[in-house]
Design a protein around this ligand. Structure first.
Ligand SMILES: Cc1cc2nc3c(=O)[nH]c(=O)nc-3n(C[C@H](O)[C@H](O)[C@H](O)COP(=O)(O)O)c2cc1C
Length: 250
């Protein structure tokens, strides 16, 4: 079974491609995360977890979803982690999580997909995004071949810089950067409530026709990038930047 978390669609697209090629079932973790419900799942096929990298680790909300859930049947777990650039030492965190859950760690595969973190960086325009996704396809095909043959993903090496990024910098990122304060909807807001509906943590509430952000947030960029009128900004950091949504859907 393929279980995914996705803010702006890259990981959902990868998960669905793998599901199609492997003729496997696919499940979105977001309803469980939003409702704070522990998953109780069973699969005879290997577990394939697909998610973006957030500050060189699995998103904490997704790791917690796995930690709190029950996954019976197969003990094999593969992790496919999408990233704009690199996943640092995220595979080490995955390995520890597998040990905690009694999974046989069949490896972590980084897949470079378009950058979506417009609270800090620039996201690509559509044409460039499509090129990046086309380059990711053979990587995913190789992943599917490994899974089909029951082989682990190729091993990854992490150096001291990777461990610094996935360790100290990741902790500092969550402590100092992951905030909702700078999110605000401007006059282009049409009160459609899409931001409220797409928030994986259910943190956004419409009040007097405008979104109001609560405290719980994982900076997935679903609200700001999904807004149909581009009305949401993250302080000054997002101004003038293209909003990113995976241009391909399955
Ligand atoms: C909060 C946050 C942190 C991110 N951190 C990293 C990172 O450390 N390294 C990287 O290469 N990409 C990073 N990215 C980019 C995403 O991992 C990448 O664009 C991913 O494919 C988005 O997946 P999604 O569309 O399924 O949400 C980050 C994105 C967000 C929103």
């Amino acid at each position: 079974m393929i279980v995914y978390f996705s803010g702006t669609g890259n990981s959902r697209y990868c998960a669905k491609l793998l599901a199609e090629w492997l003729d496997d079932t696919v499940l979105d973790a977001i309803p469980f995360i939003r409702e704070g419900r522990a998953a109780e799942l069973a699969s005879d096929a290997p577990w394939i977890f697909v998610a973006p990298v957030y500050s060189w680790q699995l998103p904490h909300v997704f790791a917690d979803f796995i930690r709190s859930g029950s996954f019976s049947g197969s003990r094999d777990a593969y992790f496919v982690i999408t990233c704009g650039n690199d996943i640092g030492a995220a595979a080490d965190g995955v390995h520890a999580l597998c040990a905690e859950k009694g999974f046989r760690d069949q490896g972590t595969l980084p897949v470079v997909m378009p950058e979506n973190y417009i609270a800090m960086f620039q996201a690509p325009e559509r044409e460039k995004a499509l090129q990046i996704i086309a380059a990711a396809r053979p990587v995913l095909e190789a992943a599917a071949a490994c899974i089909r043959e029951g082989k682990p993903f190729p091993p990854l090496r992490s150096g001291p810089l990777d461990r610094l990024k996935s360790g100290l910098i990741n902790r500092a990122f969550y402590r100092f950067q992951v905030k909702t304060g700078p999110f605000a909807a401007g006059d282009a807001c049409i009160s459609c409530g899409k931001c409220e509906r797409v928030c994986p943590l259910g943190t956004i509430r419409m009040q007097a026709g405008r979104p109001v952000w609560g405290a719980r947030c994982t900076h997935c960029m679903a609200c700001i990038c999904g807004c149909p009128t581009g009305a949401i900004e993250y302080g000054r950091a997002s101004r003038g930047k293209p909003r990113y949504q995976c241009p391909l859907e399955l």
